[in-house]
Write a new protein. Structure first.
Length: 238
């Protein structure tokens, strides 16, 4: 059964709506952990639209499970990551205009830059994962670059317009997982997963971790964060 990483970016989004201090992402992280989350995920975006350095530093002190920092391969962000030293960094592409991370990292086209960043982070003892599309070329490039973990983008599966398309994208995901396992990569997955589509993905045996944010925070607004994490955990546990 995969581990559950809870992304708490949108707890900070809510805080930023009024620019105050509530809700406190660190408080949310503790609630998620006590409700069964195996790791806490945050994305320090270049525009700092939700999570700030301050959040990252306190989270590093407080999180007892695993802190997974999603980050672009931008110089200033790499510098912060090297200083804070989260247990894990997930390299993601980033565009300022996007509402959320739209696609996977293009490892093929940015091979050299990603390899440099990978080395810098690993030198600081940070485990690095690459967030990529379920695409053979990208998985092959991830294998070549020397990373040991990848996170497959489930956005196409999660956002499929109908059941037939969802089946197609599910098969694409399963094939990509096998392809990555054949290359000895640890495989995680995430993006767009929610209470209605997570079970199928959680049943893919080789997937070791699912990273989920938006749907959990949405449900938390109605039933509370602890309950929302427990419900997601139960679905993943099957
Ligand atoms: N994994 C990665 C690499 C992401 O960038 C995100 C979004 O921040 C997620 C998982 C979680 O996606 P969602 O918020 O749609 O559950």
């Amino acid at each position: 059964m995969p581990q559950l990483g809870v992304n708490i970016d949108h707890i900070a989004t809510l805080r930023e709506v009024r620019g105050g201090l509530e809700p406190e992402p660190v408080f949310a992280a503790l609630v998620c952990e006590s409700a069964g989350a195996d790791s806490i995920v945050v994305h320090l975006r270049e525009d700092r639209r939700h999570i700030k350095e301050r959040d990252l530093c306190i989270l590093k002190e407080v999180v007892k499970t695993k802190l997974n920092l999603e980050m672009a391969v931008a110089q200033d962000i790499v510098k912060i990551a090297c200083a804070v030293k989260p247990e894990q960094a997930t390299l993601v592409p980033e565009r300022r205009q996007e509402l959320t991370t739209e696609g996977g990292l293009d490892v093929v086209s940015n091979f050299k830059r990603i390899r440099q960043v990978l080395k810098r982070l690993e030198d600081q003892g940070i485990n690095v994962s690459l967030f990529i599309d379920p695409d053979r070329r990208q998985i092959e490039a991830a294998g070549k670059i020397g990373v040991s973990m990848i996170e497959l983008h489930t956005g196409r599966y999660a956002g499929a317009a109908n059941a037939k398309k969802q089946d197609t994208y599910f098969k694409e995901l399963e094939t990509a997982v096998d392809f990555a396992r054949d290359r000895n990569l640890h495989v995680f997955a995430g993006h767009g997963l929610d209470y209605s589509n997570v079970s199928r993905v959680a049943k893919i045996k080789a997937i070791e971790e699912l990273n989920i944010g938006y749907s959990i925070v949405c449900r938390a607004a109605l039933v509370g964060l602890e309950q929302a994490v427990r419900q997601m955990r139960a679905l993943i546990n099957g």
